[in-house]
Design a binder for this molecule. Structure first.
Ligand code: P6P
Length: 321
């Protein structure tokens, strides 16, 4: 079970559907274009404090717009992506396809961590891919309101000291690194599992006075014997956890009871990757992998990474004593 994907130098394991291959080729194409834009940094990034804000009230950076437009164009041209939910687009977007029954519906954070874009800190693109219309002939949000376990593939692109594509399917989680001389991705980790060790934890300690007592207990418990790493972009912190072991926490707090991380195109994608890499993701009480979304931009608390630590966290949060 493997397929040659244009832009990747060897057949990709775990993919055998040529129409899914067309979606992945679109993502690879977008990743290469965005990687070039990211490397330009402040040469193109013009943060404007009084600029446009998205539905979440977050400032829309140049790279957010470039990233969104790049993915919209490659998905539209693919003729197999019928719909897109994107962090930077208020509502669902639909495209003409050859055969709606053989089409795909994607969820996307085009640039995660944009506030790092003009200070040369690693950012990324996060994507999840559903197949088919979910039994609904009317194109609306229902094609997207599906749990992570329904993805046929999901992953992220990391724009850092190197450009990486992480691709998860039920068969395995793979890493591809962009060879910038040949402008093609090369498989650099063929079957990723989160290590048993958990040397790191990631959380914004600046919010600790907004956390309830149980969250404070969780953080004080899991920090023991671990190093704090917090980059300010989920894709960066999660990638370190995927490769080195670790946990990333973004709990709810008194200002944002549901936290900040969006379920559909951030937490669900990472939970899918974690699941197939032997890790876990929870909202504190239930697996995010099985969580049914209610709206396309809904947020969720997230605790993700090494399974044994996630189980420890859930145990603390469930303790009623
Ligand atoms: P805070 C980026 O905006 C993001 O969604 C994640 O990538 C990142 O981990 C988090 O928000 C940072 O949020 O509130 O700690 O600045």
């Amino acid at each position: 079970m493997s397929l040659t994907i244009k832009g990747i130098n060897s057949p990709v394991q775990g993919v055998d559907d040529s129409s899914l291959g067309a979606v992945l080729e679109a993502i690879v194409s977008a990743a290469k274009l965005i990687s070039g834009n990211v490397q330009s940094g402040m040469l193109i990034e013009r943060p404007d404090p009084d600029g446009v804000r998205n539905i979440h009230g977050e400032l829309v950076h140049t790279l957010d717009t470039l990233g969104t437009n790049t993915f919209v164009n490659v998905f539209k041209d693919s003729q197999v992506v019928a719909g897109l939910v994107c962090e930077e687009l208020d509502v669902e977007t639909f495209f003409d396809v050859k055969d709606i029954s053989e089409s795909y519906f994607c969820v996307l954070d085009p640039i995660d961590g944009t506030s790092n874009a003009d200070i040369a800190i690693t950012i990324g693109s996060i994507f999840g891919i559903f197949k088919g219309t979910n039994g609904n002939s009317v194109l609306d949000a229902r094609q997207f309101l599906r749990p992570a376990k329904d993805f046929v593939a999901a992953g992220y692109v990391l724009y850092g000291s190197s450009t990486l594509l992480i691709l998860a399917t039920p068969l395995r989680v793979q890493e591809f690194t962009l060879d910038t001389d040949k402008m093609e991705f090369v498989c650099t980790r063929s079957d990723i599992s989160i290590p048993a060790e958990c040397p790191y934890y990631s959380v914004n300690q600046g919010y600790d006075d907004l956390w309830d007592d149980k969250i404070k207990t969780v953080v004080n418990s899991i920090k023991r014997g671990r190093s704090l790493r917090y980059v300010g972009s989920l894709v960066s912190d999660f990638h370190r956890d995927l490769i080195r072991g670790g946990v990333y926490l973004y709990p709810g707090d008194t200002n944002n009871p549901e936290g900040k991380i969006r379920l559909l195109y951030e937490a669900a994608v990472m939970s899918y990757i974690a699941h197939y890499a032997g890790g876990e993701a929870t909202n504190g009480y239930t697996s995010i992998f099985n969580l049914q979304p209610k709206s396309i931009h809904q947020r969720t608390p997230i605790f993700i990474g090494n399974s044994n630590v996630i189980e420890q966290i859930e145990s603390i949060l469930r303790d009623t004593t």
